[in-house]
Structures are given as structure tokens and as C-alpha cells.
Write a protein that binds this ligand. Structure first.
Ligand SMILES: Nc1ncnc2c1ncn2[C@@H]1O[C@H](COP(=O)(O)OP(=O)(O)OP(=O)(O)O)[C@@H](O)[C@H]1O
Ligand SMILES: [Mg+2]
Length: 374
């Protein structure tokens, strides 16, 4: 049985409240009006006590309306706020939506309009904190210096996990030159900065509307389109975003590179696995050693940091054994060097695992997916 929607109504307009209550009664078990208040502070108390799915807020004063929405969303960011108002002015609509309202219902409220608004929330309903919360697994794929096949692993791992019909998100944290959009040939209208600049109105509806669904089934959140937008993204925002994604997705794969602080560190702390990826050559291994040590010092230990060898050639001078000894890490998985398969996949914008299931790369990635599933 789908969970019911719980509703708090706050409106000085008694007639409007009555009509919403009557409408909800007709919907039977699918919706429950927890309380209906004419006073904002009383309404807020009720929200705190009941943690509803939706609040319908009557607004007859623009500035107060904006303030009330912000008050609700700062304290209860998962709630969907619908505004009910008789004001048709588009400036009101815009400013109230910007403050975080997800619907603007014009009074007298049409039952059709209210049904549609509630359906949107109902379809994407996510568990409330009081119920057993689903915790998605976060897997970061990382090499600080880049050019090692990190994006190839992240994209294919996400596509492979999505093959199992699980809900998978892929987040590109390479703020200054992410490639996920190119690898998947998607042209997102919204990006990471669309989410972070609207972090206070983050709910499942909003999140799904800004994430781009790729044909592989993966939901993608790419780096900002304009590089200067990245300056405003804070670690706190990323932390909040990841916590939210964990409630919605079964797996969240992060593609990242660069320093061991800031947004990356927040991503690593939230990760169940950090797949540290390197190729087997001397400069790469030297860097890997420095970074693996630093990660260990930062509390990111072997229980979650896993060594992945990229572009592996069995006949190369440096062997897996050598790398394991130098780095003091066991190799979790190695991804074979198959340039033709990988480059064809990148050029077509289709993951190797979808394009060539029999490629040795696809087989290695499937093994990797099985290991992180455990
Ligand atoms: N398993 C592989 N076999 C052969 N070539 C590969 C493999 N993986 C990646 N490559 C090649 O290496 C190049 C870099 O790969 P990728 O973009 O995945 O690395 P990256 O570490 O994400 O790089 P960047 O620093 O640009 O983010 C790709 O263009 C691809 O041609
Ligand atoms: Mg990359």
C-alpha cells in the first residue's frame, strides 16, 4: 500500500481551510489532515510534532508569506510547502516559489489543481525520518591528479549498478572540468549549482526535476555549466545534498579528482567506498602512495578506501604484486586496458557496459559492481 500524505493547513481564511479539509475527506485513506490552524505559530508547533509531507500555507501578505516559508523550510527541509492565495500577481508567485514553495494554488482552490499538486508529492513520496529510512550507498571514484580513467570507472559502475534495476545517481564533483555529461552524451539544463543554490527547497520533487535521466537508467547531476558558478558551492551544501540523495537512491556514485579537502572530503566522509584509482606507472604510484597515506591520516582507512587499477596491462613492467607492496594496499579490482572499447564508448556517449557487454572492461566493471553491492 502506498504511504499516505500527511497535511498541515495554516490559513487565517477559515472558508479556505474548510474547503481543503472537505476535499481531503473525500480522498479517504490516501491523505490525512493532521491539523488545520489559523495561526502560524500554532501551525509551526504542529509541523514540529507531526513532520507532515505537505504544508498548505495561506498567504495574504507577501513578505510575511516569504518569511513563513523560509521558517518552515530552514527547520524542516523535506516538507513540500504549497501556497494558497487569492493574489494573481506574478511577482507574488515568483517570489514565493523562490522562497521555496513548490505549488501556488489560486483561491478559490480548484479540486483538480489540488489533486494534481498532491499527486506530484505522492508519486515521489520519500520516507520520513521517523520511519525506517532507506540509506543509499555512496561510492566515490577518485584520483587526485586525473587522466587515470576515473570518469570511465564512475560512469560504467553507475550504469552497471543501474542494470540491476536499482535507483542510481551519478554526481560529478569535478568542478573545473567534469566529463560525465560528455561521457553520457547528455546536455543537462540543470546542474549541481541548480541544486546547491536552491538547497533550502530541496525535496524529492525538486531533486528529480533537476536530475537528468540517462538511457542507462542512471540519474545524473553534472558539474555547473559555467565554471564561475562553482565558487559558490560549499561543503555544507554538498553534505546536505548527499544526505538527501541517500534517502532517494540505492547507490550514489561520485566522480571526483583534485584536493583532499572541502567538497571532496565531505563526499569521502559520506562514502561507503572510496575507489582510489591509479594506473601502474612510477609517477602515478608515487602520487598514489602520498595520497593514500594522507587519506589514512584523515581517518579514511582501508575498510572503505579500495585500490582499483585502471588501464591494466598484465605484461607491463610494474606488476600488481609490486603495486600492492609499494602501496601496502590489496588491489580490489583491476580494469583492463582496452583503448578501442573505451574510446568508442566515449565517442558514442554510451557506457562500455551498455555498448559492449563482452568487453573485458565491462566484465571487470561488473565484478566491481558486485563487490560494492555486498
Ligand atoms: N580501461 C581503459 N583502457 C584504455 N583506455 C582507457 C581506459 N580507461 C580510460 N582510458 C582512456 O584514458 C582517458 C582518460 O580517461 P578518463 O577520462 O576516464 O580519466 P579521468 O581520470 O577521469 O580523467 P580526467 O582527469 O580528464 O578527469 C580516456 O580518454 C580513455 O581513452
Ligand atoms: Mg574525469
Amino acid at each position: 500500500m502506498p504511504p499516505y500524505i500527511s497535511l498541515v493547513i495554516i490559513d487565517r481564511d477559515a472558508a479556505a481551510r474548510k474547503s481543503i479539509e472537505a476535499f481531503c475527506q473525500n480522498l479517504g485513506d490516501t491523505i490525512k489532515v493532521i491539523c488545520s490552524e489559523d495561526n502560524f505559530l500554532e501551525g509551526l508547533k504542529c509541523i514540529q510534532a507531526s513532520n507532515p509531507t505537505v504544508v498548505i500555507l495561506g498567504v495574504d501578505d507577501l513578505e510575511k508569506g516569504i518569511e513563513d516559508i523560509r521558517t518552515i523550510l530552514t527547520r524542516f527541509p523535506r516538507i513540500s510547502v504549497f501556497v494558497a492565495s487569492s493574489e494573481k500577481n506574478s511577482d507574488w508567485i515568483l517570489r514565493l516559489m523562490r522562497a521555496g514553495a513548490v505549488e501556488y494554488l489560486l483561491k478559490p482552490i480548484e479540486s483538480m489543481e489540488l489533486t494534481e499538486a498532491l499527486q506530484k508529492v505522492g508519486r515521489l513520496w520519500i520516507p520520513k525520518q521517523t520511519e525506517p529510512v532507506r540509506e543509499g550507498k555512496v561510492i566515490s571514484v577518485y584520483n587526485p591528479t586525473g587522466g587515470m580513467g576515473t570518469t570511465t570507472i564512475a560512469v560504467n559502475l553507475a550504469a552497471s549498478l543501474a542494470n540491476g534495476k536499482e535507483k542510481v545517481a551519478l554526481v560529478d564533483l569535478n568542478f573545473f572540468g567534469g566529463d560525465v555529461a560528455t561521457f553520457l552524451d547528455v546536455n543537462p539544463k540543470y546542474t549541481l549549482s541548480s541544486v546547491t543554490t536552491n538547497i533550502t527547497r530541496l525535496d524529492a520533487n525538486f531533486l528529480m526535476s533537476v536530475m537528468t535521466k540517462h538511457a542507462s537508467g542512471v540519474y545524473v547531476l553534472t558539474e555547473p555549466l559555467e565554471v564561475d558558478e562553482t565558487a559558490n558551492i560549499t561543503p555544507e551544501q554538498i553534505q546536505r545534498l548527499l544526505a538527501f540523495l541517500k534517502g532517494v537512491f540505492t547507490y550514489i556514485v561520485i566522480d571526483t579528482g583534485g584536493p583532499l579537502y572541502g567538497c571532496n572530503m565531505v563526499g569521502f566522509r559520506a562514502s561507503d567506498y572510496i575507489l582510489f584509482n591509479t594506473v601502474l606507472n612510477l609517477p602515478a604510484l608515487k602520487n598514489a602512495k602520498r595520497y593514500l597515506h594522507a587519506m589514512d591520516r584523515q581517518g579514511l582507512h582501508k575498510d572503505k578506501v579500495k585500490l582499483v587499477i585502471s588501464r591494466y596491462l598484465p605484461r607491463a613492467d610494474i606488476k600488481i604484486d609490486d603495486a600492492e607492496k609499494v602501496l601496502d594496499y590489496k588491489v580490489f579490482v583491476s580494469i583492463p586496458n582496452e583503448y578501442a572499447d573505451v574510446i568508442a564508448s566515449i565517442n558514442k556517449g554510451v557506457p562500455v557496459v551498455n555498448l559492449q557487454g563482452r568487453s573485458p572492461v565491462s566484465k571487470a566493471i561488473s565484478t566491481l559492481a558486485e563487490m560494492v553491492r555486498k
